[in-house]
Design a protein around this ligand. Structure first.
Ligand code: DON
Length: 305
């Protein structure tokens, strides 16, 4: 069916405007506290190549935890099912930076999207790749077709300086033998991956690779259709941490959020949509972003349920 996505995005924005001042941007990463919180962008890319940008669709922002999907895709491509010996695929029901389960479950993180799991994925990539930073960037650049997408070293260093909780997680993982490389090295790679800056247009384009369930080959990394399906499943169940149920309930699409205020969501075989608004709720997810996606799937009746 042909949808008038452009008009739908405009209507959605009018409807969510009353919430524009709710919540605040992440400030536990000092560099992100400086961001103007009153920005909004959105972009929908269809698998047929149509692009629907809206407002600040071309403004780059810190993708933060959205990067964990790229890291998982790369790691799945390299390790296949063996990956799941080092990290689980169950929803955690806890905050993205929680330590609680990690202690009880002896250093095996619940899933690759909580910080502990993503730090393990970073460790695996470091072990497997000679130039992990370079390879990761090459992969993301190929997915979005933009050669100048890059890490923001200031954001990465700013997070490192205040990154006591992630350092605690990495230490606990190391104690249990779940990470193999030097802790400092793993953390810096993890913070760099989180610091990548992309626009909604670039993000939604990059995620088309995970929208079409056909085998992919990007920058020398392959995923089968079945692996892409499973990646979507992990996004659906774990992409929003202790708000994964709420996101499923309200939006009904596989998705992933980041504390930079970005959210990516996938309507399988049809479109990927990125939305960005820095003000977050108390679970670390964008308030306007979640509302926009809830209205999108309600207006279009396009959800996986
Ligand atoms: O490790 C952190 O805390 C951040 N670099 C990423 C957290 C994040 O984006 C959580 N998602 N909503």
């Amino acid at each position: 069916m042909n949808m008038d996505y452009q008009n739908i995005l405009e209507d959605i924005y009018r409807e969510i405007l009353p919430f524009a001042k709710e919540g605040r941007q992440a400030d536990y990463i000092p560099a992100l506290a400086k961001i103007d919180p009153d920005q909004f962008g959105m972009c929908l890319n269809t698998v047929d190549g149509d692009v629907y940008p809206f407002m600040q669709a071309d403004t780059r922002f810190s993708i933060q935890s959205i990067t964990k999907v790229f890291a998982l895709a790369m790691c799945l491509s390299i390790k296949g099912e063996d990956l799941w010996k080092r990290v689980g695929k169950e929803p955690s029901g806890t905050a993205f930076n929680s330590l609680v389960q990690l202690e009880i479950e002896k250093g095996i993180p619940r899933n690759p999207f909580i910080n502990a799991g993503a730090i393990v994925v970073a460790d695996i990539l470091l072990s497997e790749l000679e130039d992990a930073e370079g390879e990761f960037l090459r992969f993301v650049r190929t997915l979005c077709g933009c050669e100048d997408v890059d890490y923001n070293e200031d954001v990465a260093m700013s997070e490192r300086h205040q990154g006591y909780l992630n350092a605690a997680i990495a230490n606990l993982l190391k104690y249990h033998g779940t990470i193999h490389n030097d802790i400092e090295r793993v953390l810096m790679f993890y913070f760099r991956m989180c610091s990548i800056e992309m626009s909604c247009r670039e993000l939604s384009k990059a995620f088309i690779a995970f929208t079409n369930h056909i085998p992919f080959d990007f920058a020398g990394y392959h995923l089968s259709a079945s692996q892409i399906k499973r990646l979507n499943a992990v996004m659906q169940t774990c992409g929003f941490y202790d708000e994964a149920g709420e996101f499923s309930y309200l939006v009904g699409l596989p998705g992933k959020s980041g504390v930079g205020g970005g959210i990516i969501a996938i309507y399988p075989m049809r479109y990927s949509v990125a939305v960005w608004s820095p003000r977050l709720n108390n679970k670390g997810n964008s308030i306007m972003g979640m509302k926009a996606l809830e209205l999108l799937t309600t207006a279009t009746q396009e959800s996986i349920f």
